[in-house]
Write a protein that binds this ligand. Structure first.
Ligand code: SF4
Ligand code: SF4
Length: 393
């Protein structure tokens, strides 16, 4: 890379991919130059209008554009230069490769990101198993018997792990995860060359929030998006909504439980019609259906547009979300039986594994994509740069 961070095209013919070049950014820059001359796809998503504000593409630009992409595949199916054309234009795959790099580049601490780099699914599942065993060990150290304890009609799970221990464990892990996510966001945002003050601009935040909450770009103007295959469908959007709002409801349930405990002094377990349980149950159902649907779509997705290198951590995120919900609902259903202790440690171990993997996998795309949408809104509010475009000749 030259000093100005300008990506240099490594191909002998600037339009044709050089098979010797492995750097995803070099290929991404080549493709963006072709797209910038073509501009056929400019109405598909935010990527193309953002691209058109540029003539040259630095690594930072490519990281921004790659995270603006939501991997729908529409530009691939529409492209006259996609394989087998010699230009080999495949925007979704190229951006998936660049996104995977950004997950590593901005991750904090980098050492943990490297752990999940290969075999992300297997490493995450082993982590979950280790954490379940650690929870079992913790209850044994505390002198609690998970299996032989008599069923409690009230379903009190603090008899297996005191509230203080549980709160300390998850409080510590949550603080670490929150710090790691904030660090990743700050690194991403700074790399874009934007100031943190700009991020707080209400108009840009509001515009991005509307896109995120409505999944505007997955709607395809009412026709749905071309995922998992070329036929249009709303399936991904709805499964995504169920996952997102399910997660939000589970978070709200945790906040409500915390307020009950510390604000009102009301101790868990709470009744089936209490706010924390209702929110948690609704969220849990969303987190069962949403991830299951996304997993099904993922397994049917077009291998031509995907990037195999990242699929392990993507799958790990979906599987851990599903497992968190399944074990949580099972704990709720069987909390007044002798299975309570066992289900509790399994649930706690799975939740902790989910938390610890959040900053190193698919979840960060949600953060980077939201940040990229804020930047997109900021750019739209600025004067249009005077950029022409090259001709493909
Ligand atoms: S048709 Fe192909 S080259 Fe043209 S903008 Fe779309 S993806 Fe790029
Ligand atoms: S794959 Fe979809 S979101 Fe990504 S650049 Fe192409 S049209 Fe846009």
């Amino acid at each position: 890379m030259p000093e100005d961070d300008q990506v240099v095209d490594g191909a002998r013919n600037p339009m044709v991919r050089d098979p010797e070049v492995r750097d995803p950014a070099v290929n991404g820059e080549r493709i963006m130059r072709i797209c910038n001359a073509c501009r056929y796809c400019e109405g598909y998503c935010a990527v193309f209008p953002a691209m058109e504000r540029r003539l040259q593409f630095t690594r930072s630009d490519l990281n921004y554009l790659a995270n603006l992409c939501h991997d729908c595949g529409e530009c691939y199916y529409a492209c006259q230069y996609s394989p087998p054309h010699e230009f080999d234009v495949n925007v979704p795959r190229s951006f998936a490769e660049i996104r995977a790099q950004t997950y590593r580049q901005y991750a904090w601490p980098a050492l943990l990101a490297a752990m999940f780099d290969r075999n992300g699914l297997a490493v995450s599942l082993v982590l979950a198993l280790i954490l379940v065993l650690a929870m079992v060990a913790a209850t044994l150290v505390l002198g609690r018997d998970l299996v032989a304890a008599a069923p409690d009609p009230a379903g009190d799970f603090y008899r297996f792990m005191p509230h203080g221990v549980m709160a300390s464990l998850f409080g510590g892990v949550s603080l670490f995860v929150a710090l790691a996510l904030v660090m990743g966001f700050v690194r991403f945002w700074r790399d874009m060359g934007e100031s943190l003050a700009e991020f707080a601009r209400p108009d840009a935040l509001w515009s991005a929030m509307k896109d995120v909450l409505r999944l505007e770009y997955l709607d395809g103007k009412g026709a749905g998006c071309t995922y998992p295959r070329e036929e249009r469908s709303q399936a991904r959007r709805w499964f995504h909504h169920l996952t997102f709002y399910g997660f939000a409801l589970c978070f709200a349930a945790t906040v409500a439980g915390t307020i009950y405990h510390y604000g009102f002094g009301w101790k868990a377990p709470y009744g089936y019609l209490s706010l924390p349980v209702v929110l948690g149950t609704l969220g849990g159902i969303g987190l069962l259906i949403g991830p299951a649907g996304l997993l099904r779509l993922r397994l049917r997705s077009d291998p031509a547009t995907g990037h195999a290198g990242q699929s392990g951590m993507d799958l790990a995120f979906i599987v851990l979300l599903f497992a968190t919900s399944l074990t949580g609902l099972a704990l709720l259903a069987f909390r007044d039986t002798s299975l309570c202790g066992l289900l509790l440690v399994i649930h706690l171990g799975v939740v902790m594994a989910l938390f610890l993997t959040l900053p190193y996998g698919k979840y960060v795309h949600g953060i980077y994509r939201s940040a990229a949408l804020v930047r997109y809104a900021l750019e739209k509010s600025r004067p249009t740069p005077n950029v022409g475009f090259d001709s493909l000749g």
